[in-house]
Design a protein around this ligand. Structure first.
Ligand SMILES: [Zn+2]
Ligand SMILES: [Zn+2]
Length: 283
């Protein structure tokens, strides 16, 4: 592996599922390709308890990879609020940096809405206990999601609406509460006018970029397995909407990533992921 982007900005993938089976065969290659593109920071997001174990393992094996603790709303029928609270046992400060993904998926699993809400409330308790920010999954559920955050005053925890699918009104509400808007590869699609408007109107200090890999590949990889290296395509569109260079936008979104998940400035994170350290790979 060549020395990695000395001097050029780090890119942060704010949401992926690097520890999923989809990557188990070639994870070393996936990480190497990401690093070649400058993607040196990423958050691999868990969706149930055994999945959280795998996420933490991967985060431990590669520098710059962090994990979250959460049970996906789509898994609401199979897990209880106690299961969510039990994830506290897995907390590994510095490696597990967020709680989620949690919220509502009323597109794929509307029938379990009440159970999703119960799990969401448990995630909020967990985030309070561990003092970690929330990763929100909101699909077809803007009102429900905001209502829960309002009534529990969970905005104070900080967090992000991942794969943001709302309009500018929701974006304004989210950032007025200090939450971040995370932009997926969807923004590269021809018909993605709403998310482009959201990015145009959202101040850059509230924007993150994500792949949600293995899902939602940006153009021209649409339909294929997504991977962190492809985030560059998303970053380019976001940069052009904000009138910045991709390098500049990478710096800004990485600073945001560090502020939200690591409580650090970009300078500290860049020091942490020096090229020498990057050569050690998985165990
Ligand atoms: Zn999600
Ligand atoms: Zn996800």
């Amino acid at each position: 592996m060549s020395s990695v982007h000395a001097g050029s900005p780090v890119i942060a993938d704010a949401h992926n599922h690097l520890h999923f089976r989809a990557f188990s065969r070639d994870l070393d290659d996936i990480i190497a390709r990401a690093r070649e593109q400058g993607v040196l920071a990423m958050l691999t997001v868990s969706i149930d308890e055994s999945d959280a174990h795998r996420a933490i393992h991967v985060a431990g094996a590669y520098s710059g990879v962090y994990a979250s603790l959460g049970i996906h709303p789509q898994n609401a029928g199979r897990f209880s609020p106690e299961d969510v609270l039990g994830l506290a046992r897995l907390h590994n400060p510095g490696r597990t940096v967020a709680v989620g993904e949690t919220g509502f998926d009323l597109y794929r699993t509307p029938e379990s809405k009440t159970k999703q809400r119960d799990l969401f409330l448990a995630h909020i308790s967990l985030a309070r206990q561990l003092e970690l920010p929330l990763i929100i999954h909101d699909r077809n559920a803007h009102e429900e999601t905001v209502a829960v955050l309002d009534e529990t005053q969970a905005w104070a925890l900080g967090g992000v609406f991942h794969c943001f699918s709302g309009d500018t009104t929701l974006a304004k509400r989210v950032i007025s509460e200090g939450f971040f808007v995370s932009v997926p590869g969807v923004i590269t699609y021809k018909n993605a006018t709403v998310i482009r408007q959201v990015v145009s109107q959202t101040p850059e200090e509230f924007l993150l970029v994500e792949t949600d890999a293995p899902y939602l590949s940006p153009e021209p990889f649409r339909g294929k397995r997504n991977e962190p290296a492809y985030i560059r395509k998303t970053l380019e569109v976001v940069a052009s909407l904000k009138g910045k260079t991709p390098e500049n936008m990478a710096m800004i979104t990485t600073e945001n990533f560090n502020r939200l998940f690591l409580g650090k400035t970009a300078a500290v994170a860049a020091r942490k992921t020096n090229p020498g350290e990057l050569l050690c790979s998985s165990d």
